[in-house]
Write a protein that binds this ligand. Structure first.
Ligand code: MGD
Ligand code: MGD
Ligand code: SF4
Ligand code: MO
Length: 892
């Protein structure tokens, strides 16, 4: 096979980086690098994008359809789904059917799913994981602008005088945009960066000003900003008069005592000097961008937070111009494309809602026999309706709701009770796959193709460069086949006879043309002559097509053409009581993607956070009578829930909050799924869950024994454990799995042979870090026998490595294993690409007296590949350079 280069885009975050895949001779293998010509990233990739060549070949691929756990043909699966859908519709009506899809689908997949549900099944019960991600932003855009439009481009970041990041840990979650901001700051030292986040994150560490506000007090902070602008006569009265409505009510609200500087300082717990500094900069700088993400959206008042931010921009006229505007950044690679096709239950299609005219226009283009006429159920409500038995069937696609929706136990219950659960996934053992009656193998990234739209409305192509694995097929294909079979049963004309993604995209273009004579900006009809070859050669294109930036003319998609100023509601903020109650803040780690089905198998990405980890302020640890490195148990205040995680100190957290990542799922950390302790509290307007402010209790977990095991079969020990997590490492060879277990019952009281039940085909290393001993066990026939117990004094395992290695026959490097598992002894991994730890960086600075990051990088390379860890490297370096300088002074 001749090597060939294919331009595509990254399947992870909404930055939408372009990359080039180079296919080598072995089928299923390709190397990838950044695409220098892509406007989003200009060649740069973060650590996740850089490791795509390892993750796309994940070991757990689903390769053929299954019905009730048994391999089946596609034809059987398609016919069964269509027949069951038909029967349920006839018996219980259209609203008894549903789909739950994802911002990780391509536009074409999303389009046909939406068409099938809303035009042919006759129900808008199709919602998406974007409900958990972007729906508050969508709702605030629609409220303010009349349409879901993000009015800023990445290039504006380079033109701004101030960038405000609200509820965004961008250095970790949108690293390439953060890199662009850092580069802009280098070339323009006057560019101010302000971070508004209750946590001092790696992003906040880099800011000129960090406002560590109390969780969910953002509305007060932005109302305070508007009030300050009014008090200091910095409002753009001309803009307000000509382009907005609702100013009177908002100005009245701003005069309330709650918006005074004193009151805002009290509500947010941010000192007045910092608040005033931020307000002054915002009011006096001409070009300000407020970029926001889940700290805004995932809140009980997420929509109001969004509108409070948009208000500030409208009131000061900082919108529709270069280097200005409210910039809600998207999470998933095609979150924006999903919004364009109408993937949310309360949107119809092409940025239209369920008004009579839109329904007629969409119906005509789809030639739909059975149009949905009202919004469907939003995600949390949908799963409640499934639990109540009102919705009888759900088709879940490219999302893992038993992990990612709040109250996972409830979601699991609902799915067990549901008559028909269909799951399309690429992964055979994702958590959701276990709930499927019918499991469909989806073609994955690199094998499928279509369009995605990133945060700045840039539409780019994902292209296939690998053969489809097993019998996997693109999602649009599976939906279309079911659609065709369903049309036959309903005896209506076939609306799904697509032969390619191109045909679907053409129809999407045509449908968007309903906005040609409407105020909506989303209109692709200029592309109506697009040929298949144009589609294949597609270069990134931003909408609105060929016209000015959104809102440049000051007109909006509301009936009056004016933007709405919104008066936000006041909400009650959570206050923890006592020393063991905290506000649980949840989110992302730098090196993992969501529920780990793809990044969990890449050893270089698993080292940064090796096991489920709960972060607390060191003072809270002490006050709650906990210990660093101990295991802790997290429950809701009523004792329900139950998540176990390792305690680590993080000075960036307030004394009232704890932080746990959302990633731990599946066999990687099933008992530590954070949504076991989140509640289904949603924003009343958007329906988005408040994932960042659940009241929880933290208590020590009484360990009887703690074990680390490596080798095949060790997963079977899980049945014994109260806590289990798995890390894919390359300690003993590529893909070696390392298990960590804790039980409340002491080790010697376990009856291992009975408990494991079957042969352990490998080695088991059991170590107890508390006691400082190691037990070495080997598999023996059908049962596990303890072969040797070695006492290790003072927890210095290295002395006995040789002895242990001999016993184990050295299939892996035991010293490395011991180093990796000796909690606390290993230094934190900073650079995943070159595996550089904190200790190595500090040692290098001290030994070689480095005085610049460049010197450090010439020695260790840290941060010189993807750059995701640069903020950490810079922070460490600055701390230790200063330290070195300080010593210099003393020596002199
Ligand atoms: N590495 C990595 N990157 C990702 C992803 C991933 O899984 N891994 N997922 C992608 C997706 S889908 C998304 S949606 C994005 C999310 O990107 P982000 O929103 O940047 O990520 P999060 O970690 O969810 O949360 C952001 C910040 O909100 C803060 N926060 C919590 N409560 C409040 C509050 O009340 N007010 C304010 N102002 N801030 C608050 C948290 O402390 C946290 O630092 O990341 C994308 N990028
Ligand atoms: N506590 C808490 N919970 C959260 C969040 C939080 O911050 N805190 N964040 C929320 C947010 S913003 C998001 S976006 C969600 C993300 O949560 P999920 O959507 O559940 O996360 P993923 O793990 O990305 O799930 C994608 C699934 O699709 C599969 N897949 C990958 N590619 C394809 C494909 O091409 N086709 C098909 N059919 N399947 C594919 C993957 O194997 C995986 O099982 O989590 C939400 N949940
Ligand atoms: S920033 Fe990283 S994860 Fe996001 S699109 Fe770019 S390479 Fe992919
Ligand atoms: Mo997201």
């Amino acid at each position: 096979m001749k090597p060939r280069s294919v331009k595509t885009t990254c399947p992870y975050c909404g930055v939408g980086c372009g990359l080039v895949a180079k296919c080598v001779s072995t089928p299923n293998q390709a190397s990838t690098c950044g695409d220098l010509s892509h406007p989003a990233n200009m060649g740069a990739l973060c650590v996740k994008g850089s490791s795509l060549d390892q993750s796309h070949t994940g070991p757990a691929r689903l390769l053929y359809p299954k019905i009730n756990g048994k391999q089946a043909s596609w034809q059987e699966a398609i016919d069964t789904i269509a027949e069951r859908f038909y029967d349920i519709k006839q018996q219980h009506g259209s609203d008894a059917l549903s789909m739950y899809v994802s911002g990780q689908l391509l536009t074409e997949d999303y389009y046909v799913a939406n068409k099938l549900m809303k035009g042919f099944i006759g129900s808008a019960n199709i919602d998406t994981n974007s409900r958990l991600c972007m729906s508050s932003a969508v709702a605030s855009h629609v409220r303010a602008f009349g349409e879901d439009v993000v009015p800023v481009n990445y290039q504006d970041l380079e033109l701004a005088e101030m960038i405000v990041l609200v509820g965004s840990n961008m250095a970790w979650t949108h690293p390439i945009v953060f890199r662009r901001i850092q580069q802009a700051r280098e070339s323009n030292p006057n560019l101010k960066l302000v971070v508004i986040d209750p946590r001092k994150t790696m992003t906040a560490e880099q800011a000129d000003l960090h406002l560590p506000l109390v969780s969910d007090s953002d509305v007060a902070l932005f109302m305070g900003l508007a009030r300050y602008c009014d008090d200091t006569k910095q409002l753009d009265t001309e803009y307000i008069d000509e382009h907005t409505q609702g100013a009177d009510a908002l100005m009245k609200a701003l005069k309330q005592p709650s918006c005074s500087l004193d009151a805002v300082a009290e509500q947010t717990q941010v000192d007045k000097t910092s608040l005033k500094q931020f307000y002054h900069w915002f009011a006096t700088k001409q070009r300000v961008i407020t970029l926001y993400c889940q700290g805004v959206n995932q809140a009980e008042n997420g929509t109001d937070k969004g509108n409070a931010i948009i208000n500030a921009h409208l009131l000061t006229g900082k919108i529709g111009r270069e280097g200005c505007g409210p910039f809600s950044i998207t999470g998933q690679p095609n979150a924006m494309g999903g919004r364009e096709v109408g993937g949310l239950a309360n949107q119809l299609a092409a940025h239209r809602g369920f008004d009579a005219e839109s329904i007629e226009q969409v119906k005509a283009i789809w030639q739909a026999p059975d149009m949905a006429t009202k919004p469907g159920l939003k995600a949390v409500d949908l799963f409640d309706a499934i639990e109540r038995g009102e919705v009888k069937a759900v088709w879940i696609m490219a999302t893992n709701p038993v992990v990612s929706l709040p109250q996972s136990q409830k979601i699991k219950r609902a799915l067990k009770r549901c008559e028909l659960v269909i799951v399309s996934d690429i992964c055979a053992d994702s958590d959701i796959a276990h709930y499927a009656d019918i499991l469909l193998p989806a073609a994955g990234w690199g094998e499928k193709q279509g369009m995605v739209t990133n945060s700045e409305r840039m539409m780019s192509r994902q292209r296939a460069f690998l053969p489809m694995r097993g019998e996997s097929r693109p999602d649009w294909w599976a939906i279309s086949k079911v659609g065709q079979a369903f049309c036959r049963l309903m005896d209506v004309s076939d609306g799904f006879g697509y032969h390619s993604e191109y045909e679907i995209f053409k129809e999407h273009i045509k449908l968007s043309g309903i906005n040609k004579h409407a105020p909506q900006l989303f209109d692709l009809s200029k592309l109506s002559t697009l040929t298949e070859s144009d589609y294949q050669q597609w270069q990134p294109v931003q909408w609105p097509l060929g016209s000015e930036r959104p809102f440049a003319d000051g007109s909006f998609a509301t009936p009056s053409g004016r933007a709405n100023l919104i008066v936000p509601e006041t909400i009650e903020l959570e206050t923890p009581r006592g020393h063991q109650e905290f506000i649980l803040n949840t989110g992302r780690d730098r090196d993992q993607w969501h529920t780990m089905t793809r990044t969990g198998y890449v050893p270089s990405l698993t080292q940064k956070e090796v096991e489920p980890t709960l972060y607390l302020n060191p003072i809270s640890i002490e006050r709650a009578e906990l210990k660093t490195e101990q295991l802790a148990e997290l429950t809701l205040p009523d004792g329900s829930g139950n998540v176990i995680a390792r305690i680590r100190a993080d000075e960036g957290l307030s004394m009232h909050s704890v932080y746990l990542s959302m990633h731990w799922a599946g066999e990687f950390g099933a008992g530590s799924g954070v949504n076991q302790v989140t509640e289904s509290v949603v924003d009343p307007i958007s329906g988005q869950p408040a994932f960042k402010s659940t009241l929880v209790r933290v208590a020590p977990f009484g360990i009887g024994s703690y074990m680390v095991a490596i080798g095949e079969g060790c997963d079977k020990l899980r049945s014994l454990a109260d806590f289990a997590s798995m890390q894919v490492t390359d300690i003993g060879g590529a893909g070696e799995r390392l298990w960590r277990y804790a039980t409340q019952v002491p080790l010697e009281k376990h009856t291992w042979n009975q408990a494991t039940g079957a042969a352990l085909n490998g080695k088991l290393l059991v170590m107890d870090t508390e006691q400082g001993w190691v037990t070495l066990s080997c598999a023996d026939d059908a049962a596990l026998t303890v072969k040797s117990i070695i006492q290790v004094e003072n927890k210095t395992f290295d002395a006995d490595v040789e002895q242990l290695s001999q016993l184990l026959g050295q299939p892996f490097s035991l010293s490395k294993l011991l180093k990796a598992t000796q909690t606390g002894a290993t230094s934190k991994l900073v650079c995943s690409c070159f595996r550089v730890t904190e200790k190595q960086i500090i040692d290098a600075i001290q030994t070689h007296s480095h005085t610049s990051v460049a010197q450090l990088q010439s020695q260790l390379k840290c941060g010189s590949n993807c750059g995701s860890c640069l903020p950490e490297v810079e922070k460490l370096a600055n701390q230790h350079f200063q330290h070195a300088q300080h010593i210099d002074v003393i020596v002199k």
